[in-house]
Design a protein around this ligand. Structure first.
Ligand SMILES: [Zn+2]
Length: 164
């Protein structure tokens, strides 16, 4: 087979295809259909692109917000650390922090929780905290066994118990 023969053989099929669209009317309507298809395809692609763009915008916005939030949280943590550091020189200073993460009260080792909360509440001295002997306002030292009254001294203890 010569080169030319092979080329001719290869050309045979395309030649057959070229002969197909002979009917011009049919060809035109097909082209219109194709044109419509092409148009709707273009429209579809354009719509997809705008959706993609909108989604990208959305993602960008979310990322931006997340970054902002992260840096805000980081700043809050830094602020807290700064506050703690500033207040650390005084070992008897309570540290109260109120931020996005909530409230936090740091109690220095110099105090117990009970001490702190008793101090905050500042309870009125209850009657039982002082001697219950009439005319005596000394601090309670004992609780009388029989009466359950508060007394300041053994002397008043005996007085209270004797009157029972
Ligand atoms: Zn007393």
């Amino acid at each position: 087979m010569t080169k030319r023969q092979r080329a001719k053989l290869n050309r045979e099929e395309p030649e057959d295809y070229l002969q197909l669209p002979m009917d011009t009317g049919k060809k035109k309507s097909l082209t219109e259909e194709e044109e419509q298809l092409r148009k709707s395809e273009v429209a579809r692609r354009r719509k997809n692109q705008s959706i993609q763009r909108a989604e990208k915008d959305k993602a960008d916005t979310i990322n931006r917000l997340l970054k902002k939030q992260a840096s805000k949280a980081k700043r809050a943590i830094e602020d807290t650390e700064e506050t703690v550091q500033k207040k650390q020189p005084n070992p008897k200073q309570l540290n109260y922090v109120h931020n996005l993460n909530g409230s936090r009260l740091s109690i220095p080792p110099a105090y117990t929780i009970e001490q702190v909360f008793n101090n905050i509440k500042r309870p009125e001295p209850l009657p039982t905290k002082t001697c219950q002997v009439e005319g005596c306002s000394n601090h309670r030292k004992y609780t009388a066994k029989k009466s359950g009254k508060s007394v300041c001294s053994l002397e008043h203890y005996k007085l209270v118990e004797a009157s029972q």
